[in-house]
Write a protein that binds this ligand. Structure first.
Ligand code: IPD
Ligand code: CA
Ligand code: CA
Length: 275
């Protein structure tokens, strides 16, 4: 089955902008929060944004399947659909709920192999729209993107996130975070996985890692990194599971091995220079 990827990108782009405008408007008003877990929030606005995007995708692509973070599956049945959309209607809900203007809308289209074909990540606060189409490069507001050329971890600015079960699950990224703090120039935590990845694609961060996230968090951003010349893998340096978000390392390529070494070896990994 063939699909015009650039036409599909235009639909996703329009929906991401409309959803982004909805988020910005809602940020001006008190937010109604409920809990999916002890520290895993969802707001009415997450659901409204998802309804807008999923409704638009169903109308434009009735034979595609759609996976939305809040609503589960929609559109054609997953098994019979050649194409699957992954929608995060508000990536950075904790920030949004606190009125912190760092969040995004992330929409990706994958083929039957669940590998992304196109992705859009829209940051309404800065009016920055990151787009990628497989084999056609990545752009920010229409300008081509390229990853950074930092080759030494000690000069690198990194970014990560932490799983929502971190209070109870010891596999919570905290030890790895500390190991990187002692080896990199900076380690940030922005609160939007999709933006983290796009910032790697744009050369703002040099690498990102996270564990136990979901395909809607990472699929669009990972394609942006790949198309901007970066490298993506799981913690063993392989592609397995990376688009599903089980383990994600995305870098400019030059520091990828150093990233894997710290993730796998923790505090036993070499430290830079002398203090
Ligand atoms: C979360 C954000 C956060 C990441 C979490 C995600 P949500 O998505 O991307 O940066 O650390 O793992 O679940 O819940 O705000 O859509
Ligand atoms: Ca998310
Ligand atoms: Ca979300």
């Amino acid at each position: 089955m063939t699909l015009d990827l650039n036409a599909a990108l235009a639909v996703a782009d329009d929906l991401a902008h409309r959803a982004g405008a909805l988020l910005l408007e809602a940020l001006q008003h008190p937010r109604h929060i409920s809990f999916k877990g002890a520290i895993n929030l969802v707001t009415e606005t997450d659901r409204q944004s998802e309804a807008l995007i999923v409704g638009g995708l169903c109308e434009a692509f009735p034979d595609h399947h759609i996976v939305g973070e809040e609503g589960g599956g929609a559109g054609a049945p997953r098994e019979s659909a050649s194409f699957r959309w992954y929608v995060d209607p508000l990536d950075g809900t904790t920030n949004f709920a606190h009125g912190i203007p760092i969040f995004s809308v992330s929409i990706a289209l994958a083929g039957p192999d669940d590998q992304p074909l196109l992705g859009v990540v829209y940051d309404p606060t800065r009016n920055e729209c990151f787009r990628a189409v497989r084999g056609q490069g990545a752009t920010l507001n229409g300008q081509p993107l390229h990853v950074s050329d930092i080759s030494d971890l000690s000069q690198a600015a990194l970014v990560t996130g932490f799983p929502y079960d971190r209070w109870t699950n010891p596999d919570n990224n905290i030890d790895t975070f500390v190991s990187f703090l002692m080896r990199a120039q900076a380690v940030g935590r922005m609160g939007s996985a999709a933006l983290n990845l796009c910032y790697v694609a744009a050369g703002r961060f040099d690498a990102y890692w996270e564990r136990r996230i979901n395909p809607w968090d990472v699929m669009a951003g990972l394609l942006c990194v790949q198309e901007a010349g970066g490298r993506i893998s799981n913690f063993q340096g392989q592609p397995d599971g990376v688009f599903q978000g089980r383990e994600v390392v995305a870098s400019n390529g030059l520091i990828h091995k150093q990233m894997l070494s710290v993730i796998v070896r923790g505090d036993a990994a070499p430290r830079p220079g002398k203090f």
